[in-house]
Write a new protein. Structure first.
Lengths: 879, 121
């Protein structure tokens, strides 16, 4: 058997025919020579040769690669069968395309975000290091990776040897202006230590990366990312060596980073040296946590031993700073996990959800195939009787499900291209350091999906329809009804599983949805309707004194307040619901000194102008708000949130007491008021908060504005920006949105996973109900004769209706019970994703049960009603 | 495929191949000649079934033991001629020696039995 011959079979056959003709001619000639008549001579020659067809067939088979040949035949046959029932085929292919498409897209995202290593040199030896606190509060949320203090990083780097090197990064935000008064632009930036880029193995695309001497407090080197280089500087390499202004300070561009480098995310536009621009007094501190550290493991050292060295250093630092928030331990995290952050769990849940949907899709196609198997019982029986082996029959049917799945898979991959793009652009929390796109591995995954789905969907129906019982079809009289019991049972079992999986999905989706709705309706502690929010930052060169800063801020607030349509204006350093915004440790002057080993209390820090609380509707509980008089040197006042009062002043009146904040030049601040709690992030508990007067004249800050309006706040955005530009045209304004938008954005994860899982669950419900309808219709057709007899004997129409209805609802009910039981176990896994919602939420279970029963009843009603409309005479004559 | 081969019998198939190769030692020949030569030389004891002759010829060609070309027969007809290749000649030696061993072995078995029979008589 040779491949060459296989493809040249036809020619070989033609040649053989000629050869045979030659033989016959020779033989005839010989016979004539022996004295026979031509007719007889030819006849004898034919007899001698025997059947030429048999010779040709033997040779044809000898030249055939039998596997390919039978596969080709199976494919042709399956394609013809499918084409004969286009409705069925299209439904099955669409179902598979949807399921395979969804699974493939999620796999694409999961692979890009969680599995594919970042494009750095030897990425498997890179690890992120964080501080890890042991106290209960830090560990309660199951997430304990604290950013690193600069002094800790320097000590780790100097005193341990398990890592080749460690580099630090910090967050920055700059106002980028050019040398010649171009438009200002708020850019996201990072500070990176000079060794960061060599450590990651990232060379500059143009120029060079930082040098050790540039990484100092007054360092003014800057690296552009490719995005900014192309976008703002037109890709002109002459920018290297020139100056740009970052928040009013001149920086020299030393290089441009390569196009593929979008780490830690694509929003970062500029890199400056790690130490550049840090206040000098912060560097020696072990409790200013703002850096992330990436380390490269030495090849000959294990992670655990390298880590134990760092932990030893950290524990010593902790012991030396007992009261300060210096962590006891160090926690490592892979770079992928570090970037994936909050999306890892939702991604895995979504992956499970699409897996369930794929399973349901397969079961559905299996169910459809079983139904077809029933219709083709005679054909199978006849082929079996003619000598087809069972394996051949099974292979034939599997080819059909393979064709369906392959066509579905092709459609699914196309679908997933679109879906993946949509997901990558819609899901804002997805890290984008590695591009999310379909590649060879993903295609391989899709192929594997196609084959396993084909096996899953095709094997069971194929085995059942080719069993011994199948041959009974030849003996069965047209009226017998007994032969199909086992097949009906198989279909009901498939259906039960399908419904059970659907129920699990529905429960999961219901819980996530309920949790999301609860999150949406949380009161963040202030007015959120009709509030426009925006951030601005002040150039340090222009506003270099407290008086200038105050003058601008007050003028701005006054101007805005005077605008028509504006009800109130709040100016602070951070607004409720829009993130952490920084925290600091404090002590209470009137309280006894801390016991050794006791951690300093800690609270969020916010600046607030006199109108902040009233404009945002934050209630005053005790004391007073700030006034215009709490400014500059008279600004040593603080207002505390009620959580701080409850936690640190139980049973006493905090007003009039003093908070000592070591970070703020070791000063004492008088508590003048207590206000209601606001949440810094929706879904997180209220945290102790200290508000300081905005008018203390801190020079480094810009501010966050909240403008309460009479009507649609976004309509006020442009007028408000115009007012700001009228005061200072160079001032960059960012994050212009309504407060509800800002809060909604922080719920992106919850919304995304809830809505996607819900979509999958609803699609599964649809599939399951189609399955239910299909099975019941089939059963009804099978029982037509029986129903006819019943009705002829006096059964009422509503009795028949009930009979069929309950027949269909039984698998639904069993599936529901099984699914609910499984769901109770499985949903424990998503407990940490749920806000204020128990995994065994009664409301969700009741809603799921009712929905499923309703949909199931509807799906069963149609065939049941049709059965009750049967004309008994026709039913008895059928077949 | 395997099933069809079995009807020829292992032994017969092997020997047919060998005999075809042996026939071709005398010179190139087409299918008809090969069959005739085998029949004549065996004094018409062996009748070559055409059903197995052509598959056998093609099989031998597949294995590279014979090569084929179209030529003109002695009766001036177009015919496919087969020629023994070098590899085929080697194969013939191998098969011949195996055949001899087989004959000897069978002969030993049968001869001993006959001798024993004669002894008791």
């Amino acid at each position: 058997m040779s491949w060459l011959r296989f493809f040249r079979r036809r020619r070989a056959d033609a040649e053989l025919q000629e050869e045979i003709d030659g033989f016959l001619a020779e033989e005839t000639a010989e016979n004539i020579a022996r004295g026979l008549g031509p007719e007889e001579a030819r006849r004898r020659a034919r007899i001698k040769f025997g059947n030429p067809r048999k010779v040709r067939e033997t040779l044809w088979e000898q030249n055939t690669v039998s596997l390919v040949d039978t596969l080709g035949r199976d494919l042709k046959y399956a394609a013809r069968t499918l084409a004969r029932t286009p409705g069925f085929s299209l439904i099955a292919i669409a179902v598979m395309a949807m399921c395979i498409g969804a699974t493939t897209s999620l796999f694409t995202v999961v692979r890009s975000v969680l599995l594919r290593p970042l494009p750095f040199r030897d990425p498997d030896r890179l690890v992120m290091l964080y501080e890890h606190f042991r106290d209960a509060r830090s560990n309660q949320e199951g997430f304990n990776y604290n950013t690193v203090a600069p002094a800790d990083y320097f000590d780790w780097r100097a005193q341990t040897h398990g890592f080749e090197d460690m580099a630090a990064m910090r967050y920055w935000q700059f106002n980028l202006t050019g040398e010649r008064g171009e438009l200002p632009e708020e850019v996201s930036a990072r500070g990176g230590s000079w060794n960061l880029f060599p450590l990651l193995g990232v060379p500059a695309a143009l120029g060079r990366t930082f040098t050790e001497s540039e990484d100092r407090l007054d360092g003014t080197a800057a690296l552009l990312t490719w995005n900014l280089f192309e976008r703002r500087f037109g890709g002109d390499a002459a920018i290297v060596g020139r100056q740009i202004h970052l928040s009013g300070k001149p920086y020299t561009v030393v290089g441009v980073l390569p196009q593929w480098f979008t780490y830690p995310d694509a929003k970062v536009q500029v890199w400056v040296p790690y130490l550049s621009g840090l206040p000098p007094d912060i560097v020696p501190h072990h409790d200013y946590h703002f850096s992330t550290v990436v380390a490269r493991l030495r090849p000959d050292v294990s992670l655990s031993s390298a880590l134990s060295q760092v932990e030893a250093v950290q524990y010593r630092l902790h012991m030396e700073n007992l009261h300060a928030p210096v962590a006891e331990d160090v926690a490592p995290r892979t770079l992928n996990d570090d970037l994936a952050r909050e999306v890892k769990k939702p991604l895995l849940i979504l992956m499970c959800a699409v897996g369930c949907m794929l399973l349901i899709g397969c079961l559905n196609v299996a169910n459809l195939l079983v139904a077809r198997g029933a219709a083709r019982q005679k054909e199978v029986a006849i082929r079996g009787a003619l000598g087809a082996r069972r394996l051949t029959l099974i292979r034939g049917q599997l080819t059909e499900s393979l064709l369906i799945c392959a066509a579905g898979g092709a459609g699914g991959v196309l679908l997933s291209l679109a879906a993946t793009n949509w997901m990558a652009s819609t899901w804002k929390d997805l890290p984008n350091a590695v591009g999310i796109h379909v590649d060879g591995v993903v295609l391989g995954f899709a192929c594997a999906l196609v084959f396993s789905a084909a096996l899953l969907a095709g094997l069971l129906p194929a085995i059942s329809s080719t069993g011994k019982a199948a041959f009974a079809a030849l003996q069965a009289s047209p009226r017998s009804t007994g032969g199909n019991r086992s097949r009906a049972l198989l279909r009901k079992t498939l259906l039960t599983v399908e419904i059970a999986v659907t129920v699990v999905l529905l429960i999961g989706a219901g819980l996530l949805l309920r949790s999301f709705v609860r999150l949406r309706s949380i009161d963040v502690g202030c007015v959120t309707a009709n509030v426009l929010t925006l951030d601005y930052s002040l150039s340090m060169q222009k506003y270099n004194s407290p008086e200038k800063v105050n003058a601008f801020n007050e003028a701005l607030v006054e101007k805005l307040r005077a605008m028509p349509g504006v009800r109130a204006v709040a100016l602070g350093t951070a607004l409720p619901g829009e993130g952490n915004g920084g925290d600091d440790a404090f002590t209470i002057k009137e309280h006894p000194a801390l016991k050794p080993g006791e951690l300093l209390p800690d609270a969020l820090v916010r600046g607030a102008d006199p109108g902040y609380f009233s404009a945002l509707g934050i209630p005053l509980l005790k004391g007073r708000f700030f006034t215009g008089d709490d400014r500059l040197d008279r600004a040593k006042k603080v207002i505390i949130g009620s959580a701080l009062a409850r936690q640190y002043f139980p049973g006493e009146d905090p007003v009039g007491k003093y908070l000592h904040v070591p970070a703020f030049k070791d000063a004492d601040y008088e508590i003048v008021g207590v206000v209601g709690d606001t949440l810094w992030q929706v879904g997180k508990p209220a945290t102790p908060t200290m508000y300081f007067p905005m008018l203390d004249g801190g020079v480094e800050q810009g501010g966050s504005l909240a403008v309460r309006t009479d009507s649609d706040p976004l309509a006020m955005a442009v007028p408000v920006e115009k007012q700001i530009a009228a005061l200072d045209a160079e001032l960059p304004v960012s994050h212009v949105q309504t407060m509800q938008q800002a809060i909604g954005e922080s719920l992106g994860n919850a919304r995304f996973s809830a809505s996607l899982v819900l979509t999958f669950a609803l699609l599964s419900l649809l599939l399951a109900s189609v399955g239910l309808y299909g099975v019941l219709s089939y059963l009804m057709t099978q029982r037509t004769t029986e129903l006819g007899v019943r009705m002829a004997l006096g059964a009422q129409r509503d009795q028949v209706l009930r009979l069929i209805l309950f027949d269909g609802l039984r698998p639904a009910a069993i599936g529901l019970a099984l699914g609910a039981a499984a769901g109770a176990g499985i949903t424990q896994l998503i407990r940490s994703m749920l806000y204020d919602t128990e995994p065994l939420d009664v409301g969700v279970y009741v809603a799921v049960t009712l929905t499923l029963l309703l949909v199931a009843t509807l799906a069963c009603m149609i065939p049941a009603w049709r059965a009750s409309r049967l004309n008994p005479m026709q039913a008895l004559r059928a077949d | 495929m395997a099933k069809n081969d079995r009807t020829d019998g292992e032994m017969l198939k092997g020997t047919l191949d060998m005999m075809i190769l042996r026939t071709l030692v005398a010179g190139d020949a087409h299918g008809h000649t090969v069959a005739k030569v085998i029949e004549r030389t065996s004094e018409d004891v062996l009748e070559v079934e055409q059903g197995s002759l052509y598959p056998a010829l093609h099989r031998l060609e597949d294995r590279g033991w014979v090569s084929s070309y179209w030529g003109v027969s002695e009766n001036n007809r177009k015919a496919k001629f087969y020629r023994l290749t070098v590899a085929g000649r080697k194969q013939l030696v191998v098969e011949t020696s195996r055949w001899r061993q087989m004959i000897r072995a069978i002969g030993l078995v049968m001869g001993e039995e006959l001798a024993a029979d004669g002894g008791t008589r």
